[in-house]
Design a protein around this ligand. Structure first.
Ligand SMILES: CCCCCCCCCCCCCC(=O)O
Length: 132
């Protein structure tokens, strides 16, 4: 499966602005810009296991495409939503439990890199990963 493997964060685009819109304070934003995020993705059919590790935490997440699940962000903010596959792109639609606002995200492979795009309240950001 195309996303399978170990992906290490290489760079961010507009991530600070995005986090600011999310209400993350400046101290946490500075730390989060350099969180050494690593994702180990294991897809089997419709099921995904994501092993997330960063300077903030280690967390395993399991989900099935199209099935709602809960995801606690590193700062404790709870999201609920789903991932679906559209063509070769993973599309995520999540709602913040604390304010009901929408966070959308995609994952796609571009030139051998894993590109995760985010949108929250009109602010777009990207996190770009290289395969380890
Ligand atoms: C302010 C920090 C923003 C972080 C946004 C995280 C959004 C994550 C979307 C849901 C991820 C579900 C688990 C996963 O597939 O890795």
């Amino acid at each position: 499966m195309a996303f399978n493997g170990t992906w290490k964060i290489d760079r961010n685009e507009h991530y600070d602005k995005f986090m600011e819109k999310m209400g993350i304070n400046v101290v946490k934003r500075k730390l989060a810009e350099h969180d050494n995020l690593k994702l180990i993705i294991e897809q089997t059919g419709d099921k995904f296991i994501i092993k997330e590790s960063s300077t903030f935490r280690n967390k395993d997440i399991e989900f099935t495409l199209g099935v709602q699940f809960e995801y606690p962000m590193a700062d404790g903010t709870e999201l609920t939503g789903t991932w679906v596959m559209e063509g070769e792109t993973l599309k995520g639609t999540f709602t913040r439990k604390d304010n009901g606002k929408l966070l959308t995200t995609t994952r796609s492979l571009v030139g051998g890199e894993l590109v995760q795009c985010y949108n929250y309240e009109g602010v777009d950001a990207k996190r770009i990963f290289k395969k380890a």
